[in-house]
Design a protein around this ligand. Structure first.
Ligand code: NAD
Ligand code: UGA
Length: 439
């Protein structure tokens, strides 16, 4: 089948590579010339090595190609996946400008074609967007009718950055939402080779499943942060507490790791977008408001720990290790490193930072601090360090690296180091939710 993917981002490229691997002919259409060039040379515009290997293989065998000619790509395809970004406006409301723009181009191509096509909404959009915004634009600009002349589905994506390919090939579930039985059946057929649980719903339920999932993940993280913050003040190590909590099968062990809060391109914006949508419909969500508030305060926990160890941070050299929104990626969207560095600068600390992959992206957000070329250079002469992202290389830190510091004080903002190992290596260890009473 000929599949067109609109948007060469994480979701678009993971979806395109997944369908390519299933033997379909894939065209990825994007308005960003640099991204298109990168995809056509077999390189991803972001760091995701396993996905890149498969992309290169598909590009080399001409099974996947990228283009900036979005309309032409849509005209030629049987199924079109909309995978463009849906960021936050400053109010927290979802910005569906890119979705609307993509829909207009798709509609023009639908209008020109006499073959029935299927349009699949994969971008995360608040409930009612597909039937009250996407569908009217597609119908108006094509002169055709959804259900009769073209199919329309909502198919949310659940992948995590860092495991995009695996999550696309083996998703936890596939949700197909449609108000049109034929379209729903056709999309279910397309996904037949993927042996995951499949759920058929209406359009709005599919949209809501995505938000209900992401806000639940955000709730687990914020709950863990609250418990950890309390444990710290009670002189208890939150790790053993949360591990035991997670053993209850009704709770589960995943996403109970305390830290500096949830960052990334999705959890923060999706919490805000659902909260805004609920308030537009006259419902004020106290839970979602609390998630935003807890998340905003969390970077300060690590600064408080550092001050506890060092006193005033004025003039102190603070090394920040990890600038990506989590370890293993180069994405700095909504990274907690930004509020952390801003708070440190507000306390007149001298900040020096390092990340194995995300430094170039972070420099665009914060050009004014110093950056180190390696972990060792970042730690050299530092009065303390804060681990902001759980990169595997930070877990290996030992005597050799800590001995470079002027004062070997380690604040583990992601609870990714072994406290005993750090102490054996001669450094003082402070962690989010790690009992201060022991220090
Ligand atoms: P992204 O920002 O990485 O990529 C979006 C791409 O769409 C960009 O390359 C952009 O140039 C392109 N684009 C924008 N308007 C276009 C248009 N009119 N025509 C063609 N291309 C256009 O986005 P992403 O991270 O892949 O996220 C896409 C959607 O998927 C969002 O709604 C997001 O919430 C959701 N999502 C993302 C993830 C993730 O891990 N990143 C996971 C699940 C769901
Ligand atoms: C998240 C979801 O996990 C995906 O299922 C979803 O598809 C995606 O958002 C999306 O909609 O875009 P991702 O953004 O890749 O995926 O990031 P996560 O792995 O969920 O991590 C988000 C943030 O939470 C990171 O800053 C991470 O450090 C933090 N986190 C995660 C914790 O603080 N504690 C945890 O236990 C887990």
């Amino acid at each position: 089948m000929k599949i067109c993917i609109i948007g060469a981002g994480y979701v678009g490229l993971a979806t395109g590579v997944m369908f390519g691997k299933l033997g379909h002919e894939v065209v990825v259409a994007d308005i960003d010339k640099i991204r298109v060039k990168s995809v056509n040379s077999g390189s991803l515009p972001f760091y995701e090595p396993p996905l890149e290997r498969e992309l290169r293989r598909l590009v080399d065998s001409d099974q996947l190609v990228a283009t900036t000619d979005v309309q032409d790509a849509v005209e030629d395809a049987q199924v079109i996946f909309i995978c463009v970004q849906t960021p936050s406006l400053t109010s927290g409301r979802i910005d569906i400008g890119p979705v609307k723009a993509a829909c207009k181009i798709i509609a023009k191509a639908l209008g020109k074609s006499n073959r029935r096509k299927m349009v699949v909404m994969k971008s995360t959009v608040v409930p009612s967007t597909t039937d009250s915004v996407v569908k009217p634009i597609l119908e108006r600009y094509s002169g055709k009718k959804a259900g009769k002349d073209f199919g329309l589905c909502m198919n949310p994506e659940f992948l995590q950055e860092g495991s995009a390919l695996k999550d696309s090939m083996e998703p936890s579930r596939i949700v197909v939402g449609s108000d049109d039985k034929r379209a729903s059946r056709e999309l279910m057929d397309l996904y037949r080779p993927i042996k995951s649980k499949k759920i058929q719903t209406d359009l709005r339920s599919a949209e809501m499943i995505k938000y209900a999932s992401n806000t639940f993940l955000a709730t687990k993280i914020s709950y863990s942060n609250e418990i950890a913050n309390m444990c710290l003040r009670f002189g208890i190590d939150s790790q053993s507490v949360l591990e035991a909590v997670g053993m209850d099968p009704r709770i589960g062990p995943l996403f109970l790791k305390p830290g500096l809060g949830f960052g990334g391109s999705c959890l923060p914006k999706d919490v805000k977008a659902l909260k805004d949508k609920a308030s537009q419909e006259g419902y004020s969500s106290k839970l979602l408001a609390a998630l935003v508030a807890i998340n905003n305060q969390q970077p300060s926990e690590s600064v408080r720990l550092l001050e506890k160890a060092l006193g005033s941070l004025e003039g102190k050299r603070v090394a920040v290790l990890g600038l990506a929104f989590k370890g293993g990626v180069d994405d700095t969207r909504e990274t907690r490193a930004l509020p952390l560095v801003i708070e440190l600068l507000g306390k007149r600390a001298q900040v020096i930072a390092f990340d194995p992959m995300a430094m170039a992206n972070f420099i665009k957000l914060m050009p004014s601090i110093r950056y180190a070329p390696s972990i060792a250079e970042c730690l050299r002469d530092a009065d303390g360090c804060i681990i902001q992202a759980d990169w595997p290389e930070f877990k290996k830190l030992g005597k050799k690296e800590f001995s470079l510091m002027r004062r070997p004080i380690v604040v583990d903002g992601r609870r990714c180091l072994d406290p005993e190992k750090v102490k054996r290596a001669g450094a003082r260890y402070f962690g989010i939710g790690y009992g201060l009473a022991e220090q």
